[in-house]
Design a protein around this ligand. Structure first.
Ligand code: ASP
Length: 357
């Protein structure tokens, strides 16, 4: 694959403190209004760099690399996630940290997928974007990009990176990527993480929340996974859901698993037809992963009668995982493992800090 690259050397005479690879994928940050009907479309990234001249005042080396065809992140897919993981893998020894410029719509899915694909990650991978294009006067892009770069370059006194995991930086908060959710389509404060505190908050100073940051692991060798299995689906419960809807989803040919989006603490209807559909699916070795429709709190199977039977049938509790982290975890687990019991065990275990036990 041919990627365009631009290298920016700091203008300050001081010695540089590391190197960051910025990977541009598209998103509102780099979009322009098409003149004809005022739609936002992805734009050439050279023009983006011109809009943030402050970048050359940072005291580290920055290289920009653009995907051949920048996208609106609603078009992201598992092939692009694998491509991003491989770009990081091939440049891992050459750069100290990575920043990914990405659309906000699916940023939480990409961050989650990358957290699984990059096993033993020991360097920062920070995704950021913007709610307004960088060329717009009130855009949030400049602050998001510059602070994401500073967070990526930040070091402990012993020289190790402060952040050594996949994160999202947006509107002053650094969040663990696989704990994040897009919560707002128009406010600048677009992301939240209900079940895990921010890893850092950027005000006049950057305050790190050290107890919650994944510790740097000595001698960890990066493993880049490259297989994601898309034989998965969401099944969202709603009062009045019909047997036809449930059967249509559970009857998908070669389906490996579903994320069952339940009510409250993991509850669903106790109608006999539903219980029997779930049990039959499990007998066919379709994994059912129970994730709450609530953003905060967790699944506690057995707390109510309306979840007890799910537990008895062999449904896997997703605890406090987000739907984004759950569906990408399923793709990852089914990509590396074919045995049903091992998949059940992996799904119920935190792999990258995506859920609490
Ligand atoms: N549709 C855009 C995208 O996700 C929205 C954004 O970037 O904020 O690419």
């Amino acid at each position: 694959m041919n990627y365009s690259k631009i290298h920016i050397n700091p203008i300050s005479p001081a010695p540089t403190s590391g190197s960051v690879l910025v990977i541009y994928t598209g998103g509102t940050l780099g979009m322009v209004y098409e003149t004809k009907d005022r739609q936002l479309v992805p734009f050439n990234f050279e023009q983006i760099i011109e809009k943030v001249p402050e970048i050359s005042r940072l005291d580290f080396e920055i290289t920009f690399l653009s995907l051949p065809k920048p996208i609106d992140s609603s078009n992201v897919n598992p092939e692009i996630w694998v491509e991003l993981a491989q770009i990081i893998g091939t440049h891992y020894d050459q750069y100290d940290s990575f920043v990914i410029l990405h659309g906000t719509d699916t940023m939480a899915y990409t961050a989650s997928a990358l957290s699984y694909l990059l096993e033993n990650l020991n360097k920062p991978v920070i995704l950021t974007g913007a709610q307004l294009p960088i060329g717009v006067a009130r855009s949030d892009a400049r602050e998001n990009v510059i602070t994401a770069l500073e967070l990526a370059a930040a070091r402990n006194p012993d020289g190790t990176p402060i952040i050594a995991e996949v994160c999202i930086y947006f509107n002053s908060s650094l969040l663990r990527g696989n704990r994040s959710k897009k919560k707002e389509s128009s406010d600048f404060n677009a992301f939240h993480s209900e079940n895990y505190p921010p890893l850092a908050t950027a005000g006049v100073h950057i305050d790190y929340n050290f107890p919650y940051i994944k510790p740097y692991q000595q001698n960890a060798g990066l493993i880049v996974h490259s297989s994601l299995n898309t034989r998965v689906a969401f099944l969202k419960m709603f009062p009045g859901i019909s047997p036809e809807v449930v059967q249509a989803i559970l009857g998908i040919e070669n389906l490996r698993g579903i994320v069952l989006e339940t009510f409250g603490a993991g509850n669903a209807t106790t109608d006999i037809w539903f219980l029997s559909a779930i049990s039959k699916a499990i007998e066919k070795e379709i994994v059912i992963f129970n994730v709450s429709q609530c953003d905060g709190g967790r699944v506690a199977q057995g707390q109510y009668q309306t979840s007890k039977y799910l537990q008895q049938a062999g449904v896997v509790s997703g605890s406090d995982i987000t739907a984004e982290a759950a569906i990408t975890k399923m793709m990852f687990v089914f990509g590396i493992e074919t045995d049903y019991q091992k998949c059940v065990q992996l799904l119920g275990t935190p792999l990258r800090g995506e859920m609490s036990i």
